[in-house]
Design a protein around this ligand. Structure first.
Ligand SMILES: [Zn+2]
Ligand SMILES: [Zn+2]
Length: 261
């Protein structure tokens, strides 16, 4: 009996120690989310891998182009896609431009050259030095795994607008945690960075910057819808000059009639 008790006590101690050892985590703590990111997330409405890609690219641009002699130098971003990352670019670079690096600021705020790539070019306008940041395929997705069942379900509910408050909170917690995991990796390991070539720089100068003149304000009134529109967007319809909306309507009606035949 005495022996049985002793064996049981020893067994209990062994089990308990084992559990304690297993529970104590060896992983280093994740970095907190930077304050600027909280603001950016509020602007975008959620966190996702596209958003993360834009953030990584903008941070690298600041690191490479805003060195000591060029602190807060204005940077012109050119996005090679038209996705969530644009919002992160706008908010991250916001304070470094006289007018804001926003898409509404014509050609010097944010240019979208959508060729469908996870890449972003950045040009320091004071001396036209530029870089291209290409996000490594799968690098961000390895952290933001949509195949994770709970994450996938919550995301779907959120985008359908049917997530309850508690579910939204859960989703945001998962996403914020994902972002923290991402920030624990050195940003340069997540992408390829190279200088822009002379040819690329002159293309940007000719394509976007040379064209900058007084804003295009001349307007016409469309004879069909009677609404004003920019003269530069006018289209010919027979012998009339019309707006694009009306031209599209006429074309769609024609297509429908032809289908009936
Ligand atoms: Zn997004
Ligand atoms: Zn019209």
């Amino acid at each position: 009996m005495q022996l049985a008790k002793k064996i049981l006590t020893t067994l209990a101690i062994v089990l308990l120690t084992g559990t304690l050892l297993r529970v104590s985590p060896a992983a280093s703590p994740l970095p907190p989310l930077p304050e600027e990111l909280e603001k950016a997330i509020e602007f975008h409405g959620h966190i996702c891998n596209g958003f993360a890609k834009g953030y990584i690219a903008a941070k690298i641009a600041k690191e490479v182009l805003q060195t000591k002699d060029f602190e807060k130098a204005p940077i012109l971003p050119i996005a090679e896609n038209n996705q969530c990352g644009l919002d992160a670019i706008q908010t991250t670079l916001m304070e470094d431009s006289a007018f804001g690096n926003t898409i509404g600021n014509r050609e010097r705020g944010l240019i979208v050259d959508d060729v469908g790539k996870d890449a972003f070019k950045f040009v320091r306008l004071s001396d036209m030095k530029g870089i291209r940041v290409l996000i490594k395929p799968g690098a961000v997705e390895s952290v933001f795994r949509r195949t994770d069942w709970e994450y996938g379900v919550l995301r779907r509910k959120f985008f359908l607008g049917i997530a309850r408050d508690a579910e939204k909170k859960k989703l945001f917690d998962i996403e914020k945690n994902n972002f923290r995991k991402l920030l624990a990796i050195p940003l340069k390991e997540l992408c390829f960075v190279r200088d822009l070539t002379k040819e690329e720089i002159s293309h940007i100068e000719e394509e976007y910057l040379a064209k900058l003149g007084p804003p295009d304000n001349k307007k016409l009134v469309c004879p069909i819808c009677k609404e004003e529109f920019l003269t530069s967007r006018s289209r010919k319809l027979g012998n009339q000059i019309v707006c694009i909306t009306c031209l599209r309507k006429v074309k769609r009606a024609k297509d429908r009639e032809e289908k009936k035949k």
